[in-house]
Design a protein around this ligand. Sequence first.
Ligand code: BGC
Length: 283
Amino acid sequence: MNENQELPDVVMPHPPHRNLLRGQKALVTGANSGIGRSVAIYLAQEGADVVVNYVSGEVAANEVVNEIKSKGGHAIAIKADVSKEDEVQAMFRQMIAEFGTIDILVNNAGLQRDAPIDEMTLDQWNTVINVNLTGQFLCAREAIREFKRRGVVPGISCAAGKIISMSSVHEVIPWAGHVNYAASKGGVMLMSKSIAQEVAPYRIRVNSVCPGAIRTPINRSAWESPEAHEELMKLIPYKRIGEPEDIGRAVVWLASDDADYINGISLFIDGGMTLYPGFAAGG
Ligand code: BGC
């Protein structure tokens, strides 16, 4: 095959469900769109009961809940701003009242407020750090309190709890014009690994997922036009954009007992974006 051959953007159909997460209760933050939506649907397909968290976009959140229910799953939507301590605590109280406990937290909610460094407002900086980093801290703290209180439940999972932190290739790739976002993801990387180290003795696993360019609303301008898509492909050795399903599947696996001995990793799901593609023909 020739290197310049046109390759289609395809993701293979999902294999038959194995009910890997049967009986488990999961919370996915920012689950009304993009990666969070896919993660919520995949967790539910494997048998987890899912809280679909959202902060705006109630209609979309209810659509995710309905899609899960239409496939025989169980889900509820809960509104909360992950950057607000009282709202996060109220969301956990509601989840535990309705589902009894939490086994899986997917710290997914995140946003971008891009600007050149000399034009970036403090508000743009704070919004990104508060949601992407502080939001993950607040949710992780509540989840760990419940994991420690409850401990391992035989027959449900080998672990007392699992946290999946949504990071990014930008936990290692510097990103001009997006310093607030890259700083937040660099923070997620060391926060996640530090929490993993701290709570591992309680049989709690904490891992990060680092997506590259995934086809979602957050980066629409990077893939919507043919010109932008062509530019994007220069950054992706595997020559296709990622789909939300690529992340949903990986999160299911990381949350399941199939990954029981995996703790504190950053799992890059990026078609090779972190392989320095500029060096393929240079250096
Ligand atoms: C960002 C996207 C970007 C991708 C690759 C993600 O973390 O949210 O906007 O396309 O990284 O650069």
